[in-house]
Design a protein around this ligand. Structure first.
Ligand SMILES: [Ca+2]
Length: 484
């Protein structure tokens, strides 16, 4: 009996290895003729594999990405160790490979980058997906672009916040350390719903995870990029879309996207990797890195935590000082801001670059320096309903971080003039920087109730972390939706 089981195991193993060998051989041959191609690895679970509807959404978002990449005429190659759920067109074009495995968690994906673990569900095709090895009959892979979507199964198994975060940090830092030239695009995890029991708790957890993930991705530097996939599946008020959604984007079985949902995901990935591909020269090995800093990720993200960015570098912005909620505006002048002269002006808070800060040391003599200063912003997108805010810290001096704020709105045509006090309080409270996220990083996203649309916003700092010489912040992002 034991012998039979062993021989059966050996036979299974031999067949598996042969399958892997043939797969790798095909892969290697493709690579040999395609050294100038940008290598793209789709990495994740069943959503990456493409479930639950074989047609027309067979291959999930990969099918749409395949279509868009072909239209772009960029030379590319999907790389990975499995080819299941790939469409006949993808197979014909040699673009069937990926690393999407049904039911897999973040830690199981991580374990197979440089080792082998077959936890459950889809087979892992021998592990060592990135590092290769004789046991796996596989050469090391150096993808130029990694599209990572993981966490759905961890969240589904009720992993705690700390476990989720530690698993994801482990996976992302593996790429940072071992594939430092790869550009890693990380998707926020879609919600569940809307029609099954237990989704409410899951969606609270997924929102918390995505908020953390946003900060984590930005903190890892310019090779890491956030792609907000969660946002695709919620409506303007943050509710998970149902099968009656007007754009056909919803979660068909409560977990996996509908056909239109997969198409939207393909569009979202393509939109984010496009700028890199357009810049890509003929050799993938010299794929340029982003210049600047984490700023690229901030610039390119148009949604954060499911809400749309209302502000941008194109907005009209002025500094404010000696101003309290409900009171008249006093505008700053050159000399009220800037470390030396006026080199750190109000616009630095909206330029999409966390490394450039707005530094304001105006003071009224009775309160801490920097308190009662702020910004007057008229967003270019026009009237909007703001329901969230997020700060990025400056490059130094944590004591200068704003920790308490007020946000007011106005539709007065003179709202940007000195002396205007026709403002309505929208939010008063914490800035999201109570816990210092370290320098140049995002604080917590603060959400608040509001259903009134305004054209101009007045942000005032009411408390800094400690008494010091000024207040400063790298970025401030107002979140919400354009007025209907
Ligand atoms: Ca800035």
């Amino acid at each position: 009996m034991i012998v039979l089981r062993n021989s059966h195991f050996v036979e299974v193993r031999r067949v598996q290895l042969m399958k892997v060998y043939l797969l790798v051989l095909a892969f290697a041959l493709t690579l040999a003729s395609a050294s100038a191609q940008v290598q793209i690895m789709c990495l994740g679970d069943s959503i990456t594999k493409g479930a639950v509807d074989p047609a027309p959404s067979m291959s999930g978002y990969r099918a749409r990405l395949f279509e868009l990449l072909n239209q772009s005429q960029v030379k590319y190659l999907f790389v990975g160790c499995t080819d299941n759920n790939s469409s006949p067109a993808m197979i014909k074009a040699g673009q069937q490979f990926h690393n999407g495995y049904g039911s897999w968690r973040i830690d199981s994906l991580r374990a197979n980058l440089d080792g082998e673990q077959q936890p459950w569900g889809d087979p892992n095709m021998g592990g060592y997906w990135l590092t290769g090895g004789t046991g796996a009959l596989r050469q090391p892979v150096f993808p130029d672009i990694v599209l990572l979507l993981a966490g759905t199964n961890d969240l589904g198994q009720n992993a705690s916040e700390s476990v989720l975060e530690s698993r994801m940090t482990d996976l992302l830092t593996w790429f940072q350390t071992n594939r430092p030239k790869s550009q890693v695009f990380v998707g926020t995890v879609p919600p569940r719903g809307p029609d099954k029991d237990g989704h409410e708790q899951y969606n609270i957890a997924v929102t918390a995870f995505n908020t953390w993930l946003t900060q984590e991705v930005l903190s890892l530097g310019d090779h890491f990029h956030l792609v907000d996939l969660y946002a695709l599946f919620v409506d303007g008020s943050g509710q998970v879309k149902g099968s009656d959604s007007s754009d056909g984007i919803f979660l068909k079985d409560g977990i996996h996207p509908s056909h239109n949902g997969y198409v939207a995901m393909g569009d979202a990935w393509f939109k984010e990797i496009g700028p890199l591909l357009n810049l890509a020269p003929t050799s993938a090995s010299t794929l340029p890195t982003n210049s600047g800093s984490a700023s690229t990720a901030v610039n390119k993200a148009t949604t954060v935590g499911g809400l749309q960015k209302i502000v941008s570098f194109q907005d009209a912005v002025q500094g404010v000082k000696l101003t309290v909620k409900g009171g008249p505006t006093i505008l700053t002048v050159d000399g009220d801001y800037g470390g030396s002269g006026s080199d750190e002006p109000p616009g630095n808070a909206l330029d999409g670059d966390p490394t450039t800060k707005y530094f304001c040391h105006a003071q009224n003599g009775t309160k801490d320096p920097g308190v009662d200063t702020g910004l007057l912003i008229t967003p270019k997108i026009g009237s909007s309903v703001v329901t969230g805010i997020q700060f990025y810290t400056g490059n130094d001096m944590p004591d200068r971080d704003p920790v308490s704020i007020t946000l007011e709105g106005s539709n007065d045509s003179g709202a940007s003039n000195e002396g205007c006090k026709n403002f309505t309080l929208i939010y008063e409270g914490k800035s999201g920087l109570d816990s210092d996220p370290d320098r140049g990083n995002a604080g917590l996203q603060i959400n608040f109730p509001n259903d009134v649309a305004y054209k101009t916003y007045r942000l005032l700092i009411t408390k800094t972390r400690a008494t010091t010489d000024a207040t400063q912040y790298g970025e401030v992002i107002l979140l919400g939706k354009p007025a209907p």
